[in-house]
Write a protein that binds this ligand. Structure first.
Ligand code: NAD
Length: 498
């Protein structure tokens, strides 16, 4: 089937459309068992369309198609230059349709246009172009040996790679996954950006067809995690799973690997990133970045600076200005397609209930909501006001657990040693941010924090050519940059007797 929607908005006028089937072996098809998923508009709570829901039977078909494509028309059989050209063609097609993609993402995820068009789509495009450029630059080393031998290494693809992504950056996450996988010669079965936000990935499937990728090289199948996702992670012909999502699901994927064929697993999981503001920080910058860190994408950001540690000397001034920033964002909450909107709804009813549950728990544990702490009564959509809790203590749920919503937990601190200890007191280790004008302290503290990414005097910025990933229970393996190339290739050492 086909989804079509007319938009007549201040930022976008025209149609948005995509196919609603499973994209397998170069064609759109219905699910074998005929199941569908309702796709909801989070700004209104109303259903937009239904898309096909894959079950294990469809996963089997998609994996078989991918396996065949790997043998016949991809892998190292196809020169890197050719793989790169196809990826570049895909990027060019995406660029030509970028506004429509941005609008479709706003509709399905509730992202403000400014974020969808201004951030997500830009990063998606850069990522695809970047990995298109990598496709003919992956090579091994020659190694001197003691024996009369020549040794060299080859960086070979895994073959069929299963990819599972969440709903917070649907299309962007797809580009992070397929870009390096295809550049290095793998074939892909992608369970699309979570069952609740499949539309832009399905639209991209149409462009993959148009670009002329051989059938089966990329398969894109919407489906529920417990069925399609689980089947993919258990499949004996899948050699690697690349997963982005919650820590809970990450564990299940690793278990599935252990139970099946010991497929390689890379995990990008949740976070509870500390954002540390020292007395000597530039107040205006610290406030600006703290707000971006926790309120952009309605806080549904894995690297969100959700624990804000503020030193006692700057505390009062910071809280006053941070509260003002949240109040400003609250006045710019609303329809994703309005020009001034910078704060949209959270993605679903489930997510809304989860965020409100954390807000209630924080109140019950004695934290003080100095602003927000409730739903926005704007529309029937899933809007939560930008919320700041003060008087937070390290053992509170709001400080320990990932909320994935626009909710900041502020903790006051005295010394550098104390804040390093508190910041590291977390199962997560995805990212951290440090605000200080003292360069020695910036280096000392960012070195001491247990996190895969550290920002100094900025926050949550992501570049397509800089590695992205976590420590501890935030996962392992790196996406983006040259590092992702390593996670999609296995090394073969060849010894030649001379
Ligand atoms: P989730 O783990 O519930 O779902 C993620 C994906 O996994 C979905 O596509 C889902 O269908 C699938 N899934 C669910 N159960 C499965 C199973 N048993 N087997 C296989 N697949 C299954 O997470 P979510 O709620 O969609 O996303 C939010 C989470 O993602 C947050 O914890 C966030 O921190 C994390 N996240 C991490 C990063 C990162 O790069 N570190 C980026 C974005 C989001």
């Amino acid at each position: 089937g086909e989804f079509k929607f007319d938009l007549d908005t201040p930022v976008y006028k025209g149609n948005v459309s995509c196919n609603t089937g499973l994209f397998i072996d170069g064609k759109f098809v219905d699910a074998v068992e005929g199941g569908t998923i309702d796709v909801i508009n989070p700004s209104t709570g109303k259903i937009l369309t239904k898309v096909a829901a894959a079950t294990s039977k469809d996963v089997d078909i998609a994996v078989a198609a991918a396996k065949k494509a790997y043998k016949t028309s991809w892998g190292l059989k196809v020169p890197g230059t050719q793989r790169g050209e196809l990826l570049m063609k895909l990027a060019t097609l995406l660029e030509a349709n970028i506004d429509e993609f941005a609008a479709l993402e706003c509709l399905n995820v509730g992202k403000p246009w400014s974020e969808s068009r201004g951030f997500d789509m830009k990063l998606t495009l850069q990522t695809l172009k970047y990995y298109a450029g990598w496709a003919d630059k992956v090579h091994g080393k020659t190694i001197e040996t003691n024996e009369q031998k020549l040794a060299y290494t080859r960086h070979e693809p895994y073959g069929v790679v299963g990819q599972i992504v969440p709903w917070n950056y649907p299309l962007t996450m797809v580009s992070w996954k397929i870009g390096p996988a295809l550049a290095t010669g793998n074939v892909v079965v992608l369970k699309v950006p979570s069952e609740i936000t499949p539309l832009t990935a399905l639209k991209l499937a149409g462009l993959i067809q148009e670009a002329g990728f051989p059938p089966g090289v990329v398969n894109i199948i919407p489906g529920y995690g417990a069925t399609a996702g689980a089947a993919l992670s258990l499949h004996p012909d899948v050699r690697k799973i690349a997963f982005t999502g919650s820590t809970l699901t990450g564990r299940k994927i690793q278990e599935a690997s252990a139970k099946s064929n010991l497929k390689v697993v890379t995990l990008e999981l949740g976070g509870k990133s500390p954002n540390i503001i020292f007395d000597d920080a530039d107040l205006e910058q610290a406030v600006k970045w703290a707000a971006i860190g926790i309120f952009s994408n309605s806080g549904q950001v894995c690297t969100a600076g959700s624990r804000i540690f503020v030193q006692e000397g700057i505390y009062d001034a910071f809280i006053k200005a941070f509260r003002q920033a949240a109040a400003g964002i609250n006045t710019q909450t609303g329809d994703p397609f309005s020009e001034g909107t910078i704060h949209g709804p959270v993605v679903s009813q489930t997510q809304l209930d989860r965020v409100m549950g954390y807000i209630d728990a924080a109140k019950a544990e004695g934290a003080t909501p100095i602003i927000g702490g409730e739903r926005h009564s704007l529309t029937d959509g899933f809007f939560v006001k930008p919320t700041i809790f003060t008087d937070c203590t390290p053992e509170m749920k709001i400080v320990q657990e990932e909320v994935f919503g626009p909710v900041a937990a502020v903790v006051k601190f005295k010394t550098e040693d104390e804040v390093i200890e508190m910041a590291n007191d977390s199962n997560y280790g995805l990212a951290c941010a440090v605000f200080t004008e003292n360069v020695s302290r910036a280096v000392r503290v960012s070195n001491a924090l247990e996190a895969g990414m550290a920002w100094v005097n900025c926050n949550v910025t992501t570049e397509h050519n800089v590695p992205f990933g976590g420590y501890k229970q935030s996962g392992y393996g790196r996406e983006l940059g040259a590092y992702a190339i390593d996670t999609y290739t296995q090394v073969k050492a060849v010894h030649i007797n001379v």
